[in-house]
Design a protein around this ligand. Structure first.
Ligand code: ROI
Length: 158
């Protein structure tokens, strides 16, 4: 089994409800156990597009699935919760990102792990820190070190 960390985000259609449904769906993935999930965090939208605030969280699972298989399961959950392909930086009902997969570094066209933007995003790092304060982000270092350079301004734990 491999510990995999998943980032969750939503800013449409009752975001807190989207995330609680997503936690339940993560618990149903085959050959995978939901270990823990974080509090919900409200965060201002990153990326410049005018859109509602996001609700973000993180979860850790133990999985026997390969990274591509786990990613596919995450996409099934996104689709089941009404995700449609919108603009790249636009609002979404549910975004599930495979942030970390054990100590693996993966760089394929379909999947990059650790997630390329995660190391400087407060809405990713703070929920992860809540789950695992000692977390090592492969290729990037200790989460506590990354947090020192990452302002929590605008992030509200709810
Ligand atoms: N901004 C925040 N705060 N949280 C997100 O989950 C999020 N996801 C995105 C973009 C549009 C980049 N901005 C975000 O995809």
């Amino acid at each position: 089994m491999v510990a995999a960390y998943i980032g969750l985000g939503s800013n449409l259609d009752d975001p807190a409800e989207q995330l609680s449904r997503a936690f339940m769906a993560l618990a149903q993935i085959q050959n995978t156990r939901l270990v823990r999930y974080s509090s919900l965090y409200q965060s201002p939208p990153m990326g410049g597009m005018e859109q509602p605030d996001y609700i973000n969280a993180a979860a850790v699972v133990d999985t026997a699935l390969k990274p591509a298989e786990l990613l596919q399961q995450l996409q099934v959950i996104e689709t089941a919760q009404g995700r449609t392909k919108g603009e790249r930086w636009g609002p979404r009902t549910l975004d599930l990102d495979l942030l970390i997969y054990g100590s693996s570094i993966i760089d394929t066209p379909d999947l990059k792990v650790p997630h390329p933007g995660m190391h400087d995003r407060a809405f990713v790092l703070y929920p992860l820190y809540e789950l695992s304060p000692d977390l090592e982000i492969p290729g990037r270092g200790q989460i506590i070190e990354l947090l020192k350079n990452c302002s929590s301004e605008g992030l509200i734990k709810i």
